[in-house]
Design a protein around this ligand. Structure first.
Ligand code: SF4
Length: 326
């Protein structure tokens, strides 16, 4: 089997707070195979943001990595110096965020910004401009060469997000981390951007870690999905398997609450009753126990181990069969 582009092993991250250590991520493990798109889903507070920040090493000052490895092309990012990380970010490890204005400098033209980010390349200014225009065309910006002279505010939100994607892919990274990149867009634009992202991914041959709370987008775009709850991975596998035959009660509940799965007219969208547990004072047993309608006695006392469901599909729930071998 090919080495995964990213292989996260038993990652635990905490934050020092006045109330004590907030255990934001606990023993998170999953891999992103080469040339594939992996989606991460879960409610707010599930640990998605901490996970991204840990990968790109932009964690808050009060964060502490307790254990684990983040292997990027077999090289542990946690062992790298800040300079080594800086050299990776935006080059072999790129990011796109929800708000493209965070990516663009409002006082510089898009052309200037797109040529500036090629500062490592031995190309003339004209060649860099040409590459920038090519990349803009690739993400579907019409009249790309002329539009290089425009400022971010002269583009619509959807176009700004496409430009952010173009900039993130300019260096042909091995891994693109896309954090809710389509959440602020309307449904039509979202579909267009997802389609383009999928095409670019196969054209460039990179992998993508795609974070979204929109299950329809994950189903449309991703090959694999990782479901997180309260700082833990609770289910993962090929996206079709997980979404068609969810093995964990939390994944089933998420799918039931997805507006795309609601067939009858309703004024009230369903929600999962209850709240995520206090990450400073976690319960013994399963982290989902207080909200789980299927909880049994052992759920209160014993933490469920990851168990095989089918090829590559596994979940952590006492109701499942055999444990996944380490
Ligand atoms: Fe529910 Fe128990 Fe499974 Fe947790 S381990 S999801 S509480 S049945």
């Amino acid at each position: 089997m090919n080495t995964p582009v990213l292989d996260i092993k038993n990652l635990s991250v905490g934050y020092h707070t006045q109330r004590g250590r907030l255990k934001a991520l606990r023993n998170v493990s999953f891999a992103i195979p080469q040339n594939s798109i992996v989606g991460i889903v879960g409610e707010s507070g599930c640990g998605k943001s901490t996970l991204i920040s840990a990968i790109i090493r932009l964690l808050a000052g009060n964060a502490e990595i307790g254990s684990g490895q983040i292997l990027f092309k077999n090289d542990d990012l946690l062992a790298k110096t800040e300079n080594q990380m800086r050299a990776l970010r935006g080059v072999d490890l790129s990011m796109v965020f929800q708000d493209p204005m965070r990516t663009h400098n409002p006082v510089l033209t898009i052309g200037r910004q797109m040529t500036d980010i090629q500062y490592r390349d031995q190309l003339t200014k004209a060649q860099k401009k040409e590459r920038a225009a090519e990349m803009l065309s690739l993400v579907g910006i019409p009249d790309a060469a002329e539009r290089l002279n425009q400022y971010p505010h002269e583009f619509s939100g959807g176009m700004r997000q496409r430009i952010a994607i173009a900039m993130a892919l300019m260096a042909r990274p091995s891994l693109l981390i896309a954090d809710e990149p389509t959440t602020a867009l309307d449904a039509t634009l979202e579909v267009q951007i997802i389609k383009r992202l999928r095409e670019l991914q196969s054209e460039i041959g990179c992998s993508i870690l795609f974070i979204s709370h929109h299950l329809g987008v994950i189903a449309e775009l991703c090959d694999y999905v990782v479901v997180m709850y309260a700082g833990e991975v609770i289910e993962q596998g090929p996206v079709r398997e997980v979404f068609h035959t969810p093995a964990h009660p939390y994944t089933s509940a998420l799918l039931r609450c997805d507006p795309g799965n609601i067939r009858e007219k309703t004024r009230n969208l369903p929600t999962i009753p209850g709240e995520i547990p206090d990450l400073v004072d976690l319960p013994a047993g399963c982290v989902f126990q207080s909200r789980c309608a299927q909880a049994v006695d052992s759920c209160v006392t014993a933490r469920p181990e990851f168990r095989n469901v089918a090829g590559g599909h596994s979940a952590a729930c006492h109701l499942l069969g055999e444990e996944v071998p380490a």
